[in-house]
Write a protein that binds this ligand. Sequence first.
Ligand code: HEC
Ligand code: HEC
Length: 292
Amino acid sequence: MKKTFRFSVLALSIVIGTSFIFTFCSKDDDTKTDADADQIAYDAADGIRGALLYDHVLNEKLVEDTKMTDQPNFFRCKSCHGWDLKGRTGVLIDKASSETYPEVADVNLVEEVRVNDGIREIFDAIKHTDGRDPSSGTYTATMPNFSTILTDADIWDLVKFIKETAHQTDDFYTLTTTGTYPNGTKSFSDIGKDGDAAAGLATYNAKCVSCHGADGSKINVYCKGIWLGNMFRDDPHEIQHKAIWGMPLDREHIAGGCTDAGAMSPTGITDDDVRNLMVMGQDTVAFPDYHE
Ligand code: HEC
Ligand code: HEC
């Protein structure tokens, strides 16, 4: 009797003690481990790869499903959020939706989300498991469920792009807007800010001339009558992105028979280099508009 009692007390205290340790320590450990794992994944992520995914998820991942590739704008981050990440208040203020273009998202990824959200919140928002089914063949403004297209490592690359790699485009040009989406207007000024044209030309000759030619006319972008000169003046929002991070293989225009189309690897230039190139590119004699 005595022996059994002592044994039970001992057994009970072991059980309680163990579960106490288990409950409290494991809770702490779990929370700590999750946050640590997130931080480790984030630290290992590549924001430049994130830039390529942001440009064109389907081309960067070489997705083949025609339910997606037939309507790429409904899957490209930049189509709903803008090259400047500013959504409806940025460069997409005048971009109405159509059969081939989604309604623009009413959220500012660079001035709100980057500032207010933690890496886990951004990760979950991009994974968006309750979003539009990518293989459903429905094309709406609802952000797709990217969990079936992107791996967790891909998503961390995008989190890093949004959180730190992406530019605050106000550092590269001034965007002036009037009105509200989708009936607003926009104009660019002060393109390249206080950049230096001569320094820009030196960078151009070192890093761009071999493919784009001395006056920017060697590649007819998309075979649509666009030389680099046009882009420096009309599309600084796209220049600030692609001049540094390049672009994934342009499968649409290659499939359309454009032999100038291709891929462009990240160039490794700096933000200052981009501003210098932008100022250089305002010269319509050195970098003319497209002509036959
Ligand atoms: C078809 C349009 C569409 C596409 C494509 C799209 N999004 Fe979105 N995204 C939205 C909409 C709409 C919202 C929700 C805005 C809201 O109502 O808060 C959103 C929300 C987000 C948010 C959360 C913002 C917040 O409020 O916390 C992030 C982050 C985000 N998108 C990143 C991306 C990334 C990265 C991609 C590409 C992999 C992408 N989106 C592709 C439409 C899109
Ligand atoms: C190895 C060749 C190569 C080099 C070097 C190169 N590019 Fe490109 N670039 C391309 C190709 C190919 C395209 C894709 C054209 C297409 O598919 O329409 C492109 C596209 C672009 C575009 C985007 C056009 C668009 O709207 O899609 C910009 C902007 C651009 N290049 C700027 C630059 C700048 C600035 C440099 C130097 C810092 C540079 N490139 C260096 C080959 C190159």
